[in-house]
Ligand binder design. Structure first.
Ligand SMILES: Cc1cc2nc3c(=O)[nH]c(=O)nc-3n(C[C@H](O)[C@H](O)[C@H](O)COP(=O)(O)OP(=O)(O)OC[C@H]3O[C@@H](n4cnc5c(N)ncnc54)[C@H](O)[C@@H]3O)c2cc1C
Length: 878
């Protein structure tokens, strides 16, 4: 074999980086060395090639040394055979390389790398007796590189299958059961694209999928445990600035993997720029709880980066004179300081952040710095969603959104990316600020100088790390997911995933969640659709940037709202006198979270019963939720506030809702401990308790527990309905005469799509007159229009939702109703008998009979809502 060239050695050094970042295993690397350098040169040069590792990564160094020693001592006599094996393997790979290369989907601008089975192992297995033509062959650079990409024959076969899969797959949707539940993608790890819906191969792959997702988790752990850091030669590459924002994770992070692909030192940075986060309107993008989470998450993420030999540089956005803090200025400063020529980040979709990012990209590019944004925050890039082929009917609903995604597939979701084992480090780190100096977790001080640690409970309730996210996901997929479909409304049991803050801060990618949910044995469609809801919210925000502060339905801007600050305060503090509402609001304050059902309960109470504007609820949530998300929060509050694209067709009753979410009062007891001693059947309405019971339970209204701030719920509901009827009448031009639906002015993008115009024509449509679209409208409102002053109770479409428990409880109710029926029949019979006897006596002139004994007893009715039913469960009777 001819002596190795400097090119070969450079290739091997390049491969060494692959081992360091975990994309190549030590055995594979060794095999490639033998293949590229040849047997002799490997024996003489290998140890000096891996020498830099003896200080940078001792563990990896000793692993490679022992592979080397094992190889040269054990198979000393078998040298020729090995050489033959390698050359044969290479020949095979050469044949396969063309097809394999075709089958690897490439992301623009990124080289992909496929993890391959260790050639050394396969060679040891397959090549013991090959041929006897002899001679050690030295593969060319290109051949070796091809082999490396293609991997072992087994891998190649899989890649062929992937190719077939990919050709068959549709790239649409991915949320619903048709595409998600059964679907799976078959892209090789490391690929940034590919995948999509389920194909006929599902059965073949079904058993494999959970295994793969487990593997990924294991690998994630392993990668986290490695401490690998190789300083890159500063002259070789200018560093890459990796700008982290809401993607604080190592797993499935396209920008992070993109930076590795460049083979340059990577400088991870985080720039805190609150003014930019906020945008132009009143978004409260980062409330107190969110900032606290961000602080903790950044701290954990910094540790995780240090675990792979890197470091996170913190910066407060630079200001230029009077201008607000600007990320662009900070980046320019960093570019100057570090000599970076590339900036990479994962895209954000709030319109004002996208605008900022667009400006960053174009400004940096003007200065010769390449700047790229990767997509990963949502499953679908909201700017790529189109209504073409679907139309606008039903817009605002998740079904309509999913139809749009299916009809206009766009790019694929692809498979999650493995976390890297290390990041190449620069020789010099930029001067950063301390995390504390960003002031994200600054606590107020009392006059005496002590700190008000309002986040103590939030700290106790959550693990803020990426590992914490994966632990929650695993726990959910092992347990809660089985109850999700029917019991996700329970407040007293952890039946939902509790992943929202991790998703919000990008500690878990939606793609990773989707993939693992698909791999789970139980895949409730309801859960999978939740990610579509999330994407829907971002789509709506891109269409209506005013979503967080301006009602989408024009008439509702004029709704009469209450200005009672004491009611708002009581609601915020969990002191309304309604235990279910109070429990939820206290949970929110103490832990920064409550489940979806409870969010509906407290939102209904604020809007339909307290008549306070939805924006107040939105702002409070933004300040107190750890998962506060401008897009989702605004969409949900608009819908709850009766003015969003979709109308909630229900109003939660602050007492009856307990039947669904807290039938035994466990949840209320936890968050309102002052009510803990009340019996189950009265804990949700303590005002119904006899005085003696209250005394025994230690409840004193106005002292231990607040009086109800409103008492006539029915009357308040009626007024809310009447107020809606008033504005709908007053602004009749926004009500469709034919269907009775509300009309919403369409944003230019939707008009263009509806008219089949291109994006470039948006300006034309925006200058034209307002286009109005009929949107989903509550039946209750349409009916109220006919008799605007009618009571809510007389409205046949009364939207107040009665609590619902479960089938078993339904059966109990049915049993009681039946008993009621029998009882009332008996009662009527007795009364008729008595009446007949009374008439007979009167006719006969006899004295009235003595009062009847043994009258049929009345069983509980709808009026006494809660009563004990057989089995000890609490229920309401109709
Ligand atoms: C008035 C109101 C305000 C809300 N504000 C927020 C908010 O600021 N941030 C937020 O993340 N969610 C918000 N939601 C939606 C939902 O309540 C939370 O996402 C959910 O409770 C989070 O818990 P989980 O992770 O256990 O959800 P799961 O039920 O396990 O769902 C998994 C994920 O799907 C997404 N998701 C679930 N429900 C919705 C939904 N209705 N819309 C959009 N995405 C959804 C979330 O990212 C969630 O983490 C709000 C709901 C209401 C009614």
């Amino acid at each position: 074999m001819p002596p190795s060239t400097s090119g070969d050695q450079a290739l091997v050094r390049g491969m060494l980086k692959e081992v360091l970042v975990g994309r190549e295993d030590p055995e594979g690397f060794f095999a490639i060395c033998v293949s590229v350098l040849g047997h002799q040169e490997t024996r003489s040069q290998f140890l000096s090639l891996i020498k830099p590792l003896s200080t940078a990564n001792i563990r990896l160094h000793s692993a490679l040394t022992s592979i080397y020693q094992g190889y040269f001592s054990e198979i000393e006599d078998d040298e020729l055979e090995h050489a033959l094996a390698l050359s044969l393997l290479e020949a095979k790979n050469q044949q396969l390389s063309t097809t394999s290369r075709e089958s690897q989907p490439l992301h623009p601008g990124l080289n992909r790398s496929i993890q391959h089975n260790s050639p050394l192992k396969s060679q040891e297995k397959n090549s013991n007796r090959l041929d006897d033509t002899g001679g050690e062959k030295s593969p060319s650079f290109a051949q070796t590189a091809t082999r490396h990409k293609v991997g072992s024959p087994q891998t190649t076969q899989k890649t062929e299958l992937q190719k077939t899969e990919l050709q068959k797959t549709s790239h649409a949707g991915n949320y619903d059961d048709r595409s998600l539940g059964t679907g799976r993608t078959l892209c090789a790890p490391g690929s940034l694209s590919g995948g999509g819906q389920m194909t006929e191969e599902e059965d073949l792959n079904q058993s494999e999928k959970p295994k793969r997702s487990k593997n990924r988790r294991q690998r994630r752990k392993r990668a986290g445990q490695q401490v690998i850091g190789l300083p890159c030669s500063p002259s070789a590459h200018a560093p890459v600035l990796l700008w982290f924002r809401r993607d604080l994770r190592l797993c499935d992070n396209p920008a992070l993997i993109g930076s590795l692909e460049l083979g340059a030192p990577v400088i991870p940075v985080f720039i805190w720029s609150p003014d930019e986060e906020e945008g132009q309107g009143v978004t409260i993008a980062m409330g107190g709880a969110c900032k606290y989470w961000l602080h903790q998450a950044l701290s954990c993420f910094c540790t995780a980066l240090e675990g792979i030999g890197s470091h996170l540089t913190f910066l407060a956005a630079n200001t230029d004179g009077d201008r607000v803090g600007s990320s662009l200025l900070s980046l320019k400063q960093l570019v100057k300081e570090t000599g970076a020529r590339t900036v990479l980040a994962n895209a954000l979709y709030e319109p004002w952040l996208k605008e900022r990012d667009d400006e960053v990209v174009s400004s940096l590019q003007k200065e010769g710095v390449e700047c790229r944004m990767f997509h990963s925050y949502c499953l679908r890039d909201p700017y790529s969603v189109s209504t073409e082929g679907v139309g606008l009917r039903g817009i605002g609903s998740v079904s309509h959104f999913m139809s749009c995604c299916r009809q206009n597939p766009g790019s694929t979701v692809g498979t999650p990316l493995e976390p890297p084992g290390s990041l190449p480090t620069p020789t010099l780190w930029p001067q950063g600020a301390s995390l504390e100096s960003l002031g994200l977790a600054r606590m107020p001080r009392r006059k005496d100088g002590t700190i008000v640690d309002w986040a103590a409970n939030i700290r106790k309730s959550w693990d803020f790390s990426e590992d914490g996210a994966h632990a929650r996901l695993d726990a959910f997929l092992h347990d809660g997911v089985y109850r999700y479909e029917k019991e996700s409304g329970r407040a007293d049991a952890p039946n939902t995933s509790c992943l929202s803050p991790y998703l919000h801060f990008g500690q878990l990618s939606p793609r990773w969640l989707l993939w693992d949910a698909k791999g789970a044995r139980c895949r409730p469609p309801k859960f999978q659709r939740k990610l579509a809801w999330r994407d829907l919210a971002y789509w709506q925000l891109t269409l209506f940037p005013d979503l967080p502060w301006e009602s989408l339905r024009p008439p509702y801007k004029a709704l009469r709202w209450s200005t009672d600050r004491s009611h708002l305060k009581a609601w915020q503090r969990g002191k309304t006198g309604y235990p279910l509402v109070d429990a939820a609001m206290r949970q929110l304050w103490l832990t920064g979270w409550m489940n979806n059902y409870m969010r509906h309960v407290v939102a209904s109470f604020l809007i339909a019963y307290l008549h306070l504007p939805w924006q107040e609820g939105y702002r409070w949530f933004q300040d107190t939720l750890v998962d506060a998300d401008v897009a989702i929060d605004a969409m949900m509050w608009q819908n709850g506030g009766m003015c969003g694209l979709d109308h909630w067709n229900f109003v939660m009753h602050p007492v009856d809702a307990a039947m669904t979410c807290d039938p035994c009062g466990t949840y209320v007891r936890k968050w309102c401990p002052e009510l803990a001693d009340l019996p189950d059947e009265l804990i949700h309405k303590p005002w119904k308790c006899p005085a003696s019971m209250l005394r025994r339970s230690g409840v004193a209204f106005g002292q231990t527990y607040p009086e109800r701030i409103i008492t006539d719920l029915e009357e308040r509901r009626s007024r809310s309905l009447q107020d809606v009827a008033v504005v709908r009448k007053e602004f009749g031009q926004y009500v469709d005469k034919r269907s009775g639906c509300d009309l919403v002015p369409l944003p230019p993008r939707l008009v263009s799509q509806a008219l089949g115009l291109s994006h470039r024509d948006e300006a034309v449509t925006s200058n034209r007159k307002e286009f109005l679209l009929p949107v989903i409208t509550r039946m209750e409102f349409k009916h109220q229009q006919e008799d605007p002053d009618a009571d809510a109770s007389s409205n046949p479409y009364n939207a107040v939702l009665k609590g619902y428990v479960s089938r078993k409880r339904d059966e109990t109710i049915a049993f009681l109703n039946e008993r009621d029926f029998t009882a009332s029949v008996m009662y009527e019979g007795t009364q008729r008998q008595e009446r007949l006897e009374r008439d007979h006596r009167r006719i006969e002139g006899l004295p009235p009979s003595p009062s009847p004994r043994g009258r049929a007893r009345r069983t509980p009715t709808a009026k006494d809502r809660f009563s004990i039913v057989p089995g000890g469960a609490v229920t309401a009777l109709k």
